[in-house]
Ligand binder design. Structure first.
Ligand code: APR
Length: 254
């Protein structure tokens, strides 16, 4: 895939010192993991989020929710990072300041080598007591009790350490992501429909702060109009090409 940036954008990329990469489920699509909202195998096309991804659903039928997340955990654990995850991990070395913020809970960015990943919606790799917030590795919790949520010593039930609909995002993660998005020179929005707030607000925050925005998504989104470059392609194809173009810009500035 060949990427052509206009000179004005090349100059902004060349000068960029603070970069935020903001990702959603689309970046893991080529790792074989389903997205949430588009295509026949999208999770919310097959299930109702209110039946599986909310505190009410968990209290109403904890076993069903626990087993579904066990299935999603096993899917993520057996998936491999793809070329997009790897390119995003390598880009950290290109800029003085680089932060990867993800809505994904699959842990594939970390397995691709990204460090200091901000997980706005938590992680499938940990379980957390619904009552006292004590944590345990998800694998250990599932080994202990594959079909029903294990009970915490406080008496509460363990649940996946992900953010469910109606729950608050981890405050420190969101504040850090907002601060960095508002201050960055370049934001890469990769594989997100940008429909779930407050996470989706990061794109506009970066744009308002004067950042150049590059969107990588086969489809248009509500924030496409804010993008200085729209790469209508799969992330696994676009990111290595974008990485090469970014390096090309910056080598010019060496
Ligand atoms: N490469 C890049 N983007 C892709 C690809 C791909 N191969 N395939 C699909 N996409 C795009 C889709 O066009 C869509 O815009 O990825 C986006 C996925 O959007 P969603 O399924 O809505 O996922 P996401 O934006 O991460 O959802 C945000 O919603 O349900 C909650 O907590 C869940 O974190 C999730 C949040």
């Amino acid at each position: 895939m060949r990427i052509e940036m206009v000179e004005e954008l090349r100059a902004r990329v060349r000068r960029a010192t603070k970069v935020v990469a903001f990702t959603g489920a689309g970046v893991s699509r080529e790792s074989g993991l389903a997205t949430f909202r588009e295509g026949k195998d999208a999770l919310w096309q097959r299930y109702r989020p209110e039946d599986l991804a909310s505190p009410q659903a968990f209290l109403r039928h904890p076993e069903t929710v626990w087993r579904w997340y066990g299935e999603r955990f096993r899917g993520a654990a057996s998936a491999q990072p793809n070329a997009a995850h790897l390119a995003l991990a390598r880009l950290a070395a290109v800029f003085p300041s680089y932060l990867l913020v993800t809505q994904n809970v699959d842990g594939l960015h970390q397995r691709a080598g990204s460090r200091g990943v901000v997980e706005l919606h938590g992680t499938l790799h940990d379980a957390r007591c619904h009552a006292c917030a004590r944590r345990m590795e998800m694998q250990r919790a599932l080994d202990r009790s594959p079909d029903t949520p294990p009970r915490c010593e406080c008496g509460g039930l363990y649940r996946p350490a992900v953010v469910w609909f109606g729950e608050m995002l981890p405050q420190d993660a969101m504040e850090r992501a907002m601060r960095e998005a508002a201050a960055c020179d370049l934001l890469l929005a990769v594989g997100t429909s940008a429909t779930v707030f407050p996470a989706a607000g990061l794109i506009e925050l970066a744009h308002r702060g004067g950042a150049a925005v590059i969107e990588v998504n086969p489809e248009a989104t509500a924030f496409s109009s804010l993008a200085d470059l729209r790469l209508r392609a799969a992330a696994a194809a676009a990111l290595p090409a974008l990485e090469a173009e970014i390096r090309g810009c910056r080598e010019g500035s060496a």
